[in-house]
Design a protein around this ligand. Structure first.
Ligand SMILES: Cc1cc2nc3c(=O)[nH]c(=O)nc-3n(C[C@H](O)[C@H](O)[C@H](O)COP(=O)(O)OP(=O)(O)OC[C@H]3O[C@@H](n4cnc5c(N)ncnc54)[C@H](O)[C@@H]3O)c2cc1C
Length: 405
């Protein structure tokens, strides 16, 4: 391996950008390949945006947090609601984590704002060569290097030589497919509709982040900074419901009116429909090629763990790659990355989001009551509530991973 070969990172999503910045901060050169252009980079559908305290600590390490805070909303609390009774079940307050973290809150700041700010930092860093409008096509690897084939911004075929290739390409990762890695798991037999609406739900008692249980139509409701301020509300839909019918303005109005039980003409800013998968790649590392973020694992968004756990992959991996390149660790460190982060993907992210969904959609009245009583019990006792928050804010997953050798 030539010491001068850069690490090639594919994908300027939150994971690829954080990885590139964390590597560059440790004096490692990076080529960051992104298929989108400067012109269309910000035209992406709304996705993640609840950033947990653990992730904010990582963003702070690369100077990203200070750029995000003014563009986001600080959300110390979150709620569980019972839609059947229109009653608040439990309120959890991250202030209980004030001795555990510099950031005892969630920052509601959308993925698009995160990548916009992170891309500016990456472009300004002398060790990061950002290649926009460059499409990753495939790779070959040998004992010394990985040869990465791209179609560059001029439309020409080009080969970039790197010491490692990190696929942060998202769920449709070409590298994962080329490596013939199983994407183990399942896809839920329903689709979720996300409605964006300029309406202040706090009038009805809601806080910035709400999980609403209902045996018929569970939902999640989140507040996002504008202008204008918007709220995103997600509802499950049947897999064979007609998409155009679901998105019809009158149908969206009716869904919101039924949800709040009021007769109001809402200002709807947008809507999209998505399918939810629970999948983890069989391996995260094959030779010089490593998977991170959605390329390695995808999960339900309930609990806001996809982007967060992907960013945790990025920092874990950056520290290991930097040590390998600086000669203080050997290549087997990457197997430890796989053991640690695959464990988190299966035992924390996947298990936690499956549990969250079950909790919200539970139909059996006795089980619902037991679940809600348990949530109440945990929220009312500060020691139990802190324990609960250490899990949901992903501290437990990081601490557990650290124990894995
Ligand atoms: C509706 C919704 C809500 C969500 N809410 C949350 C939440 O609140 N909290 C949370 O933690 N997670 C959430 N998630 C999940 C989150 O969006 C993802 O986990 C996160 O974006 C993954 O980041 P990534 O960088 O791995 O991949 P991506 O964000 O998918 O980025 C991949 C990048 O790679 C580029 N790329 C792809 N293929 C190529 C190629 N061949 N060549 C070059 N470039 C390529 C893409 O253009 C893109 O820029 C949500 C997801 C959805 C769908």
């Amino acid at each position: 391996m030539s010491k001068s070969d850069p690490i090639v990172v594919v994908g300027a999503g939150p994971v690829g950008l954080c990885l590139a910045l964390a590597l560059a901060q440790q004096d490692v050169s990076v080529v960051l390949v992104e298929s989108m252009t400067d012109e269309n980079f910000l035209d992406q559908v709304p996705r993640a945006g609840s950033n947990h305290p653990t992730t904010l600590e990582f963003f702070d390490r690369i100077g990203l947090y200070d750029r995000m805070e003014p563009r986001g909303l600080i959300a110390p609390k979150f709620h569980y609601w019972d839609r059947q009774d229109n009653a608040l079940i439990a309120e959890f307050d991250h202030a209980l984590l004030k001795d555990d973290t510099k950031f005892p809150f969630v920052l509601q700041c959308e993925r698009i704002k995160i990548i916009e700010e992170a891309l500016k930092l990456a472009k300004a860093h002398p060790l990061i060569d950002v290649r926009m409008a460059t499409e990753f096509l495939g790779f070959t690897q040998n004992a010394d290097a990985v040869l990465v084939q791209v179609k560059n911004a001029a439309g020409d075929a080009e080969t970039i030589r790197g010491c490692y290739l990190v696929s942060a390409e998202g769920a449709r990762s070409i590298a994962r497919k080329d490596l013939n890695l199983e994407f183990e798991g399942f896809t839920y037999p329903e689709r979720t509709i996300n409605i964006e609406v300029a309406y202040d739900f706090r009038k009805h008692g809601y806080t910035e982040r709400n999980y609403i249980s209902d045996p018929v139509e569970y939902s999640n409701l989140f507040h996002w900074k504008g202008p204008p301020d918007r709220w995103r509300i997600h509802f499950p839909t049947n897999i064979d419901d007609d998409e155009n019918e679901l998105k019809r303005p009158e149908a969206l109005q009716k869904r919101l009116q039924q949800f709040l039980g009021i007769d109001h003409e809402f200002e709807i800013c947008g809507c999209n429909l998505y399918t939810v998968h629970q999948r983890v790649a069989a391996k995260f590392r094959v030779g010089r090629v490593v998977l991170a973020g959605d390329s390695a694992h995808v999960n339900s968004p309930i609990g806001g763990m996809g982007l967060n756990s992907g960013v945790h992959d990025a920092f874990n991996l950056a520290d290991k790659l930097a040590r390998i390149l600086h000669g203080s660790a050997d290549d087997a460190e990457l197997d430890r990355y796989e053991r640690q982060r695959r464990h988190v993907a299966v035992q924390h992210t996947q298990a936690g989001t499956i549990r969250n969904k079950r909790l919200l959609e539970e139909r059996d009245p006795a089980v619902r009551k037991r679940n809600h009583d348990e949530l109440r019990r945990q929220a009312e006792d500060p020691a139990l509530a802190r324990k609960f928050l250490l899990r949901t804010a992903l501290f437990d997953s990081l601490r557990e991973a650290e124990q894995i050798l």
